[in-house]
Design a protein around this ligand. Structure first.
Ligand code: KIV
Length: 275
């Protein structure tokens, strides 16, 4: 059965942890869906993991729609969330609603995600009023990398922790259906989780959030440019891929691939007529 906003809400009430992974293509989304993942985020992290940019800032609406539509075709049960790229919602409330609408209409996801707290509450409210569920994202918000001066843990001082708690309450008040907490101290994330009624989804935010999200190339050790502290390798698919690619190269060069069982036959009679 398709997971919905109501499913996530119920999971928080039941204490049933929400599982979320990023995906950017049909085949990966289908595998995750078959494993029973609750939600799939088509993150703008695709700028780094799929497109090789050094941050998420260059990702476009067209990139997001293209990948979101592929994931949506592979996800029969998981709730698919499309990420709103940099400058697709910061510019105005109008732009935010138009671009959220494009992700839903063209990307066929069931919710959108955007970064920021109080500053984007008018956008969250307007998108929600347009009947599009919004997931908020606070703490370390990668689209603000230049304002933050790098990718750093957020909310360590009393003032910063208070601000993040207030932002969580503000996005809830604005109508967000869930909030991603990225790179905030575990005890702060636990307090936020208790203080709001919408689910919190943590990434580098400790075990007490209502759910967890990881970038799938990180948790499978496929992405090797850097490894954030909060990432655990659940499988070494990077090594398996390297071994597979090396074996293919060796067999092609050695003439052992393709073997007869990978080859299509034709009768000698037909071939002889071609000479
Ligand atoms: O873009 C992304 O993958 C994200 C997750 C890290 C939450 O925003």
């Amino acid at each position: 059965m398709k997971n919905t906003v109501a499913t996530l809400k119920q999971q928080k009430l039941d204490g049933d942890k929400i599982t979320m992974l990023t995906a950017y293509d049909y085949s990966t989304a289908k595998l995750m869906d078959q494993c029973g993942i609750n939600t799939i985020l088509v993150g703008d992290s695709l700028g780094m993991t799929m497109l090789g940019y050094e941050d998420t800032l260059s990702v476009t609406m067209e990139d997001m729609i293209h990948h979101t539509a592929a994931v949506a075709r592979g996800a029969k049960n998981a709730l698919v969330i499309g990420d709103m790229p940099f400058m697709s919602y910061q510019t105005s409330v109008y732009d935010a609603v138009v671009n959220a609408g494009r992700l839903i209409k063209e990307g066929r996801c069931q919710a959108v995600k955007l970064e920021g707290g109080a500053a984007v509450c008018p956008q969250i409210r307007a998108i929600t009023d347009a009947q599009i569920p919004v997931v908020a994202h606070i703490g370390l918000t990668p689209q603000s990398v230049n304002a933050f001066g790098g990718f750093k843990v957020q909310g360590k001082s009393e003032e910063a922790a208070k601000r993040i708690l207030e932002e969580a309450k503000a996005v809830e008040e604005a109508g967000a259906i869930a909030v991603v907490l990225e790179c905030v101290p575990a005890k702060l994330a636990a307090l936020i989780t208790k203080s709001i009624s919408i689910p919190t989804i943590g990434i580098g935010a400790g075990p007490d959030c209502d759910g967890q999200v990881l970038v799938y190339q990180d948790m499978l050790a496929v992405f090797s440019d850097f490894k954030p502290k909060f990432v655990k390798h659940f499988a070494d698919v990077g090594t398996a891929m390297r071994e597979g690619f090396q074996a293919y190269i060796q067999e092609v060069k050695g003439g052992t691939f393709p073997a007869p069982e990978h080859t299509f036959a034709i009768s000698d009679e037909v071939i002889s007529k071609l000479y």
